[in-house]
Write a protein that binds this ligand. Sequence first.
Ligand SMILES: Cc1cc2nc3c(=O)[nH]c(=O)nc-3n(C[C@H](O)[C@H](O)[C@H](O)COP(=O)(O)O)c2cc1C
Length: 300
Amino acid sequence: MAAPLQGITEHVWREAHARVCGGVARYYTPFLRMMHGEIPRREQVDATAALSESVACTPQVIACPPQQATHIVDWLVAQGHREVDINLGCPFPPVALKKMGSGMLPYPALVEQLFTALAGIEGVRYSVKMRLGWDEATQWREVMPLTEILQPAHITVHPCTGRGKEADVINHEQMAAIVAASPYPIIYNGGINTRDDIARIIERYPTLAGVMVGRGLIAHPDLTSDAGPACYRPFHDLLVEGYRQRYSQGGEAQILRHLQDLWAYFLPDAPARLRKAIKKSRTLAQYHDATTALFTTLEN
Ligand SMILES: Cc1cc2nc3c(=O)[nH]c(=O)nc-3n(C[C@H](O)[C@H](O)[C@H](O)COP(=O)(O)O)c2cc1C
């Protein structure tokens, strides 16, 4: 599974990845949310595009007040989606401090209200993506029994907390406990950067239904396939073409910003001076020269 990353794994990235690199069974959209009483246009466009991609793509909705969540899921179902992932993992303070994402995990009563409202919508199958807790790695224990309300197809676990000393620190003890306690298939997410990492996780948790990879797949888009480094340039070509079309109205600056955001993670082992030239580009022409130099160096 390819993990959702706001601002990166949108339609253009997902489709380019599926076509050129492959090796992913399912993609997820970055989370949808309500802003000023509506679903932002950009998120609507992305969720609609997800319906016609080469590989299955599930839209994700942030855990939020029930009226907001049901509004988004009703809209998704009306568009034709039949699967929705619920995000109980986002640690971003502007979200989590409003008791959304992983910020909802310390409040089982809110989770229960949310799940009950969502379960009332017909024609949709849910999955859940969660951390162990917001500020305590055991908060999942009160949330897990509530998943029965949703009967999720699977639960993806990023085994760390949203904040505190265990934020972003993988807690294998709690992960093992969640695998043992869950009546639903579990997918592991977090810190997978190499194929050896995948093998180690599968060996450690043999009953997993799968793994989900985020930053490691953005860094090396061939991580889950045999496409190899030869896929980097054609993959990137498709991204450039896709962003040119998608953001043509925002002009060169917007296209450039999306491409440069990718390079926060993409090909981290490439020579630093070539990566720096990409980040310093001010025009698409400069960007083109800088990326051409980098791919040529990697290919020789
Ligand atoms: C920039 C960024 C944006 C993210 N956006 C989302 C999101 O929209 N929904 C979500 O469930 N997780 C989101 N995540 C978390 C990732 O999906 C994933 O759970 C996390 O990065 C751990 O996996 P990894 O170590 O393989 O990257 C985001 C992470 C990053 C770094």
